[in-house]
Design a protein around this ligand. Structure first.
Ligand SMILES: C[S@@+](CC[C@H](N)C(=O)[O-])C[C@H]1O[C@@H](n2cnc3c(N)ncnc32)[C@H](O)[C@@H]1O
Length: 266
């Protein structure tokens, strides 16, 4: 399952496969550390009003609701109706009150100065209008409210396939095609400063892929490169064979770096 290909979702099986991949990803210890840091630095606490932009099916949104408690109010917004339906189902079965709705990050359906905290994780990389989404997040934040953004940089992907030149070509193809903004973290500090955000703090973690997820993700990257004519059939075979061998030995070493930006609204 390709983690980056949510745009291609068009049937229940793909949605379910994508949900499984996101759950496996969510279980990565280094990402959990970054999420916890995002909650602390992002001001998440009892009684707060919080918005999760691009909430998916609510993996983190439900943790926010837990932290905000009965006195707080948590909202989740996503453009995928399938994900919002699944998020609502999960919240209901856990007895949590979360206000989920479908919508677009670049036109948030909330009034000015509505939230104490706004957060977004792995959504800005997909957007062609990142600054519009950031402006909207600032608009709906109360004065001095806190923003928390978690995004990866695709040029930090690593995999221990022995043919390094082949690896470079496969990963370069992913960088060029996976998402709209493969190098987004490098521009976020300036983007936040331009919008008047202050007290900007940046942290990162290199996420270590679990074996299953690494095997399926990095297998798909070579297939993509093959289909685009960037590698040959025999190179793909070499790649897939080595990946299978590494997996059989529990020896795939694959990583990607994620970055957390927190800041205070003007
Ligand atoms: C990789 S998922 C991340 C979901 C969730 N934030 C998480 O970390 O588990 C990306 C999410 O962004 C949503 N998304 C993409 N473009 C969007 C937009 N313009 N407005 C709102 N949500 C969007 C997708 O539907 C998807 O749920």
């Amino acid at each position: 399952m390709e983690l980056s290909k949510f745009k291609a979702l068009n049937d229940v099986d793909s949605v379910n496969a994508y949900i499984s991949a996101l759950e496996a990803f969510d279980g990565i210890a280094e990402l959990q550390e970054l999420k916890e840091l995002a909650r602390t630095r992002g001001g998440v606490a009892e009684g707060k009003s919080i918005l999760d932009v691009g909430c998916g099916f609510g993996l983190e949104t439900r943790r926010l609701a837990e932290a905000a408690g009965a006195k707080g109010k948590v909202h989740g917004l996503d453009k995928s109706a399938d994900f919002i339906k699944e998020a609502q189902r999960r919240a209901e079965s856990a007895g949590q009150s979360i206000d989920y709705q479908t919508g677009d990050a670049t036109a948030l359906p909330y009034g000015d100065n509505s939230f104490d905290c706004v957060r977004a994780e792995r959504i800005l990389i997909y957007l062609s209008k990142v600054s519009a989404a950031l402006s909207e997040m600032r608009r709906v934040l109360k004065p001095s409210g806190k923003i928390a953004l978690i995004e990866p940089d695709f040029s930090t992907n690593t995999i221990n396939i022995s043919d390094r030149a082949l690896t470079r070509r496969v990963l370069d193809h992913e960088i060029k095609t996976a998402v709209e903004n493969s190098f987004l973290p490098g521009s976020l500090k300036v983007a936040l400063e331009r919008l008047g955000f202050a007290n900007i703090k940046i942290s990162s973690r290199a996420l270590i892929f679990p074996q299953e997820l690494a095997a399926s993700y990095f297998s798909s990257l070579a297939v993509n490169a093959l289909e685009a004519g960037k590698i040959s059939t025999s190179e793909n075979e070499v790649w897939q064979t080595e990946l299978d061998d590494l997996k059989a030995q529990d020896a795939i070493f694959a990583t990607i770096s994620y970055f957390l930006f927190t800041a205070d609204a003007p």
